[in-house]
Design a protein around this ligand. Structure first.
Ligand code: AMP
Length: 209
């Protein structure tokens, strides 16, 4: 899943993986998991995440490749938030060389106003990472996750200053991947401003129904 922060990649990655009966991972969630567990990687990642900048490629690539190589992923998987740089895309191509690389890249597009609006009103479950929004997807009980009952909180990098930086970083480092995958004939463009259900249907049909 490719797209700017707040495009809805996480929500759609979970839905798509369920539909395709494969696993899914968010590189941001992996970093936040390390942070919660207090690992060295978690501490390192935090120092980048809180500023809204990318964690260095070598560290990120090692972590995600470790996840991809696990036996659970042998049937296929959905990646959310990785790759985010050309170096990461190259590493992924090399890792999956034998099977011709990834099958599809779903590029979810939203305007900058919509990104900012969504991120500033987003709450995340501390336990299962499910996102909620004031406008489109409120929890049934305020402050509590519908899926697992976990506490909802605002990510520190969803505060205005970090959001601005994340959008800038996205434009500089991640947007070149649109052309990279378009040239490879793998890019499927999806309008991310419709309803969650509308985007879900477009995502499912983009990977062949
Ligand atoms: P996300 O949950 O995808 O919005 O990611 C939150 C933060 O985690 C980002 O702002 C980065 O600091 C870090 N991060 C997540 N994925 C990557 C990646 N593929 N490469 C570098 N940093 C990442």
């Amino acid at each position: 899943m490719l797209g700017p922060p707040g495009a809805g990649k996480g929500t759609q990655a979970v839905e798509l993986a369920r539909k395709l009966e494969v696993t899914q991972v968010s590189s941001g969630d992996l970093f936040r998991q390390h942070e919660r567990q207090g690992t060295e990687l978690g501490r390192l990642a935090r120092s980048y995440m809180e500023r809204g900048v990318l964690v260095p490629d070598d560290v990120t690539i090692k972590m995600v490749m470790g996840w991809i190589r696990a036996p659970e992923q042998a049937k296929g998987f959905v990646l959310d938030g990785f790759p985010r740089t050309l170096a990461q895309a190259g590493a992924l191509d090399r890792e999956l060389e034998d099977i011709g690389g990834i099958d599809n890249v779903l590029y979810i597009k939203v305007s900058q106003d919509e990104m900012t609006r969504r991120l500033s009103s987003r709450l995340i479950c501390r336990n299962c990472q499910r996102p909620y929004h004031q406008s489109s997807s409120q929890p049934s009980e305020s402050g509590k996750c519908d899926s697992c009952g976990g506490e909802l909180y605002q990510r520190s990098d969803d505060r205005p200053q970090a959001v601005e930086k994340r959008i800038e970083v996205y434009e500089e480092e991640t947007e070149p991947l649109v052309q990279y995958y378009r040239s490879a004939g793998k890019l499927e463009e999806i309008d991310g401003e419709g309803s969650i259900e509308g985007v879900r249907q477009a995502a499912v049909s983009a990977v062949g129904g």
